[in-house]
Design a protein around this ligand. Sequence first.
Ligand code: B1M
Length: 225
Amino acid sequence: MSDDTFSAMRQSIIDGAPDTASALARQAVAAGIAPLEAINHGFVPGMHAVGEQFGQGKMFLPDMMASAEAMRAAMAVLDPELKKLGTERPMAGVVILGTTQGDIHEIGKMLVGTLLSAHGFRVHDLGVDVTGEQFAAKARELNADIVGVSALLTTTMRNQRGVVEALEKAGLRSQVQVMVGGAPVTRKWAEEIGADGYAKDAMSAVALARSLMEQKTRSAVAEPV
Ligand code: B1M
């Protein structure tokens, strides 16, 4: 796929143009382009540009919302393509995913969920603005292996700690691995709040989830019931 197409994808997000974004995504699929390549090299750079311009006061909230709509339109085309990659795989583990309380950013979290599904994980997405208690209740209900908590705001990332605490309070902490991510989140923060791992992007989230499952299996073998 040419650089021109990737720049058109980027621009469709900056312009907040869902029809164009969707058409470009369909074009990529028809041309046999890997969906992740279109996302990472075309559409996501558009979101980053929007974030930068918003941060500099050159774009406003309605513009950012229009850009998010365009991104969702592109993802609506690419998401099923990504999921197809995982249909034949054995079940790798059960993941409860959500964006933390007070935070409504969902695009990165959705991407993480899609890639985990594509790699054989059974993902239950609780959506956005999810409390620690909601994470814990769903983890108990589905006997989850991993709870994944996304946060995009420096003000809401502290609620990731609340999820770890809610799991402890529910007596589930020893059975459930916690992974955290999102633009302001760091490995240091993950360690500080007692999470089991941090991933900087969606592909690293898959690698992390696999490694957390391995750790879980090893400790189950080491501590027979
Ligand atoms: Co908001 N927003 N936003 N926003 N927004 C940011 C995050 C911001 C950095 C923009 C800026 O100022 N430059 C800024 C946060 C500043 C800060 O706290 N440091 C900000 C702000 C301030 C706000 C509001 C407060 C604005 C206002 O109202 N004045 C408000 C808050 C609302 C709320 O949540 N309570 C707000 C609202 C919105 C919209 C609703 C308009 C919209 C979201 C729409 C939606 O999601 N449906 C929006 C958007 C689109 C953005 C930016 C532009 C793009 C976010 C995005 O989708 N990125 C963002 C700027 C930026 O991030 N550069 C910004 C693309 C996505 C693929 O990347 O989400 O980082 P990302 O996910 C990555 C990784 O982080 C990682 O993998 C993903 C894929 O590679 N990852 C994980 C994410 N979750 C993970 C979980 C894991 C592992 C990895 O394990 C569980």
